[in-house]
Design a protein around this ligand. Sequence first.
Ligand SMILES: CC(=O)SCCNC(=O)CCNC(=O)[C@H](O)C(C)(C)COP(=O)(O)OP(=O)(O)OC[C@H]1O[C@@H](n2cnc3c(N)ncnc32)[C@H](O)[C@@H]1OP(=O)(O)O
Ligand SMILES: O=C([O-])CC(=O)C(=O)O
Length: 458
Amino acid sequence: MLARARLSRLPTSFLGRRLASTKSLKETLQEVIPAKQEQLKKLKTEHGQAVVGEVKVENIIGGMRGLKAMLWDASVLDPNEGIRFHGLSIPECQKVLPSAPGGKEIIAESMLWLLLTGQVPTPEQTKQLSKELAEKGDLPAYVEKLIDSFPTTLHPMTQLGMGVAALNHDSSFQAAYEKGMKKSEYWTHTLDDCIDLIARLPALAARIYRNVYKPGTPLPAINKDLDLVGNYSNMLGYGDNQSITEYLRLYIALHGDHEGGNASAHTAHLVGSTLSDPYLSYSAALFALAGPLHGLANQEVLRWQLAMQQEIGSDVSEENIKSYLWKTLKSGQVVPGYGHGVLRNPDPRFIALQEFCNTRPELKNSPIIQLVNKTSEVAPDVLKEHGKTKNPYPNVDATSGCVLYHYGFTEFKYYTVIFGVSRALGALTQLVWARALGLPLERPKSYSMDALEKLVKQ
Ligand SMILES: CC(=O)SCCNC(=O)CCNC(=O)[C@H](O)C(C)(C)COP(=O)(O)OP(=O)(O)OC[C@H]1O[C@@H](n2cnc3c(N)ncnc32)[C@H](O)[C@@H]1OP(=O)(O)O
Ligand SMILES: O=C([O-])CC(=O)C(=O)O
């Protein structure tokens, strides 16, 4: 009822497209896949030769920036407006997607449902999915043993990637492939693996946290009545703190997908295109996410803001922040949390996290969050004057880790693991669709510099 009441506040164009039924996730997908298969077939046969854009030498040597070269339905990133998930902006998602009982924020299950099916689930459907994920959430004993064998000095992202890869021992896709399954059956086995993997991520990620930062403490069992992130928060030791649990729910929903070209999602897609199973594909994605220009920036931002705080002390003046920014830039480093490969405006995910803080006095008055906010006011002009970055505005990493720090969650080398729990929602959605649509092996053409020079001379 709640979702329908929320939906009724939206333009009628949403209503026609998005009224959900009582069907399960798999049944809903079964219903929506044929139309998409038909759409792709038509695009291929009727418009396969249509020109979408040109390829310049600067695209080839510039990390393919701006090239329109991937199929990705779940979300689209507009450079000025930011991300839309199946056409819905972040504020629209916040209005229509079901939250946890007693909570207000989007939960991972509703975002996953939207990404996978293009439909807004009912609260009952999300509850059912939460139950399914909780029932499938325990780790196999051999993975627990593997994780427990790692040195605590091994970066948590390395541990997460290795743990996810090891889960492929039980891959339904791989087992069925060995038995010679038909192509039309690929997507159901991929979906089964993806759901199992998403279900197990909280236990895996929480075990890594416990081993590295709280050795010897007990890990709570999965509570079958909680949502995925409610359980994750509980296993991290924050189950009694509704505020941080809600923050984690919002964080994980918002980081779920950022169209196809970002390094982590693209890696999962590339590896998956070889018919590697979802565990191996997502493990590869996590190692892309672990780079400081991508997901790891959230840990780097905190390190940088704390160093700034230490240097400027309590005098959080514009002048002091400005000179710290120049010091960073003049030393040849990037300002973490600023700039973007696509965005040309402040990241709406940054704004949504800022709004979360603004509605809670304890966060609004927190020194680290005030410093983040002040930095976001000062940095764009400094970066414009510096004159290099195409986007001088904050991205989501500019604040995401700093909010965790305020809550006392200070183990910043762990922050990208939370991002890794989230990005599974979008990257795995694409794997299901790639198999449902029968997308081919990804294999772009490369050029040598000599070949480019020859081409240019012609
Ligand atoms: C969830 C996410 O992944 S969001 C991104 C997280 N990463 C960060 O916040 C790290 C800091 N930001 C950056 O390094 C970049 O802005 C990136 C990697 C995000 C995007 O890179 P690009 O698309 O190549 O950016 P752009 O085209 O604007 O780069 C042009 C120049 O500006 C520089 N530049 C870009 N952003 C910044 C920045 N924040 N501080 C200083 N210089 C910057 C680039 O290093 C590049 O310099 P170069 O010509 O000497 O190589
Ligand atoms: O889109 C990108 O390239 C980076 C990013 O913000 C994300 O992956 O969330």
